[in-house]
Write a protein that binds this ligand. Structure first.
Ligand SMILES: Nc1ncnc2c1ncn2[C@@H]1O[C@H](COP(=O)(O)OP(=O)(O)OP(=O)(O)O)[C@@H](O)[C@H]1O
Ligand SMILES: [Mg+2]
Length: 459
């Protein structure tokens, strides 16, 4: 009720009382003697004024505060917890107003806390690394988080309020939910999902939601992306398989030729020499394989333990260039150097020499005679860029990313002939990355390849 109405009501009461007094006046005055009429009139007026004061007092101290309290209570019912009532400093209504204000304040605090808790929960749920879905005992979806949407797509309105088996197609998930409900225990399963065109392995864990009186109230489903773990596991398996295979080949041939030599009582000198040469070649290969493997594991283990120094590129190159020139001459290759003079960088000189030699030997090995190999070194945007280019056989497009994997070789037979183990570029990549740099390759089959290494001058 607004103030105007309240005032109107007050005047209406006064009018009513005034009418009553006037009526009494009209009835009593004719019945009184003339000399007493003045006293009766004065008594009536005094009575009216006293009643007026009394009514005003009642109105101010009871009716108004109660009305105000009713208004505030209505606001509280509507959810406006900011509403407060005016508290008179005295009178009976003070207690009521006070109590209502305390109630409003408590409600306000409770909602603020509830809101804070709600937003904390939301933050936790939406920043979880795993997807989450809450379903009730009838199978209706009540809650999902942001990661879940990231994994399964669509929007939250497409899931909430629906039955889980209508919105999730995978039967493994259905099974996990059913078993969770059935055994009232934590259950799990694995699914494969294509997310942004990539295959992802997801572990689904279902946990029952049980209330205080041990009633099953629903289930929480958590979806962990275990793709990285799977990848590591696959890599480990591949690595073991590859190492065994690489070791088996030379060992079989060494053993075969050694047995033949032993069996043959008086071998032809030439055959004997040929067999021994093969045995020597294979054992050298075995040795370099073991050496590379040890090297790789050492780099992986001591990734951060680089022996960093300030390197003067001109001086650092001297040793390596002699080795490279010797090799290019042997294969009658043209060797072109474009080295920017007087440049420096921070790094491990021995490890970086390993990078350079590996790239240069590849360029030499995979280029036919009369070809050309280039070595370019320059400074660019606070980085040192080392480029090794050749006019050799090139690398097929689909293999350009894989050549950095351990044991990957485009042409196994050919690479084996050159004594390659397929570990060279894996080692190179590790060293470059340990220097906070990166390596890239461009290549065209039959025309040649170009490897570019970029290393920050200081890191
Ligand atoms: N410059 C290049 N031109 C053509 N193919 C190349 C070149 N560099 C590397 N490759 C291809 O990439 C593969 C992997 O190279 P990587 O250096 O890792 O191994 P590798 O040369 O076979 O053996 P090693 O471990 O002894 O170096 C090679 O087998 C080859 O097929
Ligand atoms: Mg190599």
């Amino acid at each position: 009720m607004d103030a105007k109405k309240r005032v109107n009501l007050f005047y209406r009461y006064i009018l009513m009382i005034a009418s009553v007094f006037i009526l009494i006046g009209f009835v009593i005055l004719p019945l009184t003697a003339d000399e007493e009429q003045f006293f009766v009139l004065v008594s009536l007026i005094i009575g009216f004024i006293i009643l007026l004061v009394l009514i005003y007092h009642m109105f101010e101290n009871y009716v108004r505060p109660i009305r105000a309290s009713i208004n505030v209570t209505n606001e509280l019912v509507k959810g406006n917890y900011n509403a407060r009532t005016y508290v008179k400093p005295y009178g009976e209504a003070q207690q009521l107003s006070n109590a209502i204000n305390v109630l409003a304040r408590n409600l306000q605090e409770m909602t603020i806390q509830e809101k804070m808790q709600g937003s904390q929960w939301k933050t936790v749920l939406n920043n979880m690394e795993s997807g989450l879905m809450l379903i009730d005992e009838r199978g209706y979806v009540h809650l999902i988080n942001r990661k879940f949407i990231g994994m399964f797509g669509k929007k939250s309105v497409d899931y909430i309020g629906y039955l889980y088996y209508d919105v999730l197609e995978d039967t493994t998930i259905h099974k996990v939910v059913q078993e969770t409900f059935l055994y009232e225990e934590k259950m799990n399963g694995n699914i494969v999902k294509t997310i942004k065109k990539e295959k992802h392995y997801i572990e689904v864990v279902g946990a029952p939601v049980i209330n205080d009186v041990k009633d099953l109230k629903g289930a929480v489903l958590v979806f962990h992306d275990i793709t990285d773990l799977k990848r590591v596991e696959e890599m480990r398996k591949d690595f073991v398989a590859n190492v065994s295979h690489e070791l088996k080949t030379p060992i079989t041939s060494i053993r075969g030729f050694a047995e033949t030599l032993l069996d043959d009582e008086s071998p032809d000198e030439e055959v004997r020499k040929q067999f021994l040469t093969i045995i020597l070649k294979e054992s050298t290969r075995l040795q370099s394989l073991v050496h590379d493997l040890l090297e790789l594991s050492k780099i992986e283990k001591e990734e951060m333990k680089l022996n960093t120094k300030l390197i003067n590129v001109d001086e650092w190159l001297k040793n390596s260039l002699t080795l490279i020139e010797q090799q290019t001459q042997e294969k009658s290759l043209q060797f072109i150097q474009e080295i920017q003079p007087n440049i420096h960088l921070h790094g491990d000189p021995d490890r970086l020499q390993q990078v350079l030699l590996n790239l240069m030997y590849n360029a030499i090995n995979y280029t036919g005679s009369k070809g050309t190999v280039f070595l370019r070194i320059k400074e660019l945007n606070n980085k040192i860029e080392i480029q090794v280019e050749d006019t050799g056989i090139g690398i097929p497009k689909e293999a350009t990313q894989r050549i950095f994997e351990r044991f990957y070789r485009v042409d196994r037979a050919r690479s084996r002939n050159t004594g390659g183990t397929g570990l060279g570029l894996a080692i190179v990549k590790h060293i470059v990355e340990a220097h906070q740099g990166n390596i890239s390759v461009t290549s065209e089959e039959g025309k040649g390849s170009c490897f570019t290494v970029k290393i920050p001058k200081k890191w």
